[in-house]
Design a protein around this ligand. Structure first.
Ligand SMILES: Cc1cc2nc3c(=O)[nH]c(=O)nc-3n(C[C@H](O)[C@H](O)[C@H](O)COP(=O)(O)O)c2cc1C
Length: 360
């Protein structure tokens, strides 16, 4: 499959198979609303077939990092509208990654008095950067009551509705990196004894119900999800990821969702793509440390429909055009990943001699 050929993922019509992976950049403005600078950042990268935004909290409780944007207030919806318009003006497509961090939170990064909730009262032992960028201990979470869980799912649903109201093309549920959905999925962080914990069928229930509820609200063909079976990030552990994710995919497969975004680390223990591809009839976007060459090889196997790139998009806003031209890639300045406003964010130049093209 040609990496530059168009592809349709559910209701999302992509002009090429190169997806910009979600990347938190900590530049939201007052009240966690997207700013004109963020609109400019995404506009510059709109020749990607699809942009998945940085993680976006569906509620104040879902926030755990400094200056991450939300999608639960009118000001935030207005900010995202600027982003969506900027990307659409260049012919691009963009979905919001909904990221509720659950227990992976630092109190000083949240609003005053905002709760930190998780499946169980087990703290993550992985420190998280505070407002000054220095890692500090996470908060001990409060275990959600069974009847509160419906409310958390409703927050995701409202955020999905808000995404559409802002003109974004859909949403991606962030189910990895040790955040709330993965906390439910994993045996190490979920010790519940109600219908959301214990058996595999119970541990996958939160994700399945959230996906189904968002699909009912905005259409399954505008809802994707991201997983990385066995990912230890943010102190995650699962006794049997193959069992957990096999069951999850079996449960979601009939739902007609837009795509599965799979961070694919094939290890001797678990080859996630080999495990899940035969069980998933929908589209797959594959990610992780891909190069143009390895991405093409993966597409050529016919196992995946699109490929996503994270870090290369930071310093190469015109990554698609550079790939097309065989142009060299610019290195990124790690110092300004999470700070610096326009520095290391919107000031990476396009490849010399190139005109800005539309995403078409
Ligand atoms: C600065 C930075 C921020 C990231 N933030 C997110 C995020 O908000 N949500 C997410 O799912 N992954 C996040 N990731 C992971 C990337 O989406 C991607 O999976 C990872 O960088 C590997 O792809 P790459 O090798 O092409 O960079 C982030 C990565 C980086 C470098």
């Amino acid at each position: 499959m040609d990496i530059f050929s168009p592809v349709i993922l559910g209701a999302l019509s992509l002009s090429n198979r190169i997806v910009m992976a979600p990347m938190t950049r900590d530049r939201a403005g007052p009240d966690d609303a997207p700013t004109p600078l963020m609109a400019e950042y995404y506009r510059q990268r709109a020749s990607a077939g699809l942009i998945v935004t940085e993680g976006v909290q569906p509620s104040p409780e879902g926030k755990g990092y400094w200056r991450t944007p939300g999608l639960h207030s009118d000001a935030q919806v207005d900010g995202w509208r600027q982003v969506a318009d900027a990307v659409h003006d260049r012919g691009g497509r963009i979905v919001a990654q909904l990221m509720h961090v659950g227990r992976a939170a630092v109190a000083a990064n949240k609003g005053a008095g905002v709760d930190t909730v998780a499946p169980s009262a087990i703290a993550s032992r992985e420190p998280i950067p505070g407002p000054d960028g220095v890692p500090v201990a996470t908060v001990m979470p409060r275990a959600l009551e069974t009847d509160e869980i419906r409310h958390v799912i409703e927050q995701y649903v409202q955020a999905a509705r808000n995404a559409r109201a802002a003109g974004l093309d859909g949403v991606e549920l962030h189910c990895t990196s040790g955040y709330l959905p993965m906390q439910f999925l994993s045996t190490g962080s979920n010790r519940r004894d109600d219908r959301y914990g214990g058996s595999t069928a119970n541990r996958i229930r939160f994700v399945v119900e959230t996906m189904e509820a968002m699909a009912e609200a905005i259409g399954a063909d505008r809802v994707g999800f991201r997983i990385f079976p066995g990912n230890p990030y943010n102190d995650m552990s699962d006794e049997d990821p193959a069992d957990t994710y096999g069951a999850l995919i079996d449960a979601l497969d009939p739902g007609g969702f837009a795509y599965l975004h799979l961070i694919h680390y094939a290890t001797p223990k678990l080859d996630a793509l080999a495990l899940l591809r035969p069980r998933w009839r929908g589209a797959i976007i594959a990610n992780n440390a891909l190069t143009l060459e390895s991405a093409r090889a993966l597409l050529d196997t016919g196992q995946v429909d699109a490929v996503s790139f994270g870090r290369p998009f930071i310093s190469n806003p015109d990554l698609v055009e550079r790939f097309r031209a065989g142009a060299p890639l610019a290195p990124q300045d790690r110092e300004f990943l999470y700070s610096g406003e326009e520095r290391g964010y919107t000031d990476y130049p396009r490849w010399a001699g190139q005109k800005e093209s539309t995403g078409a």
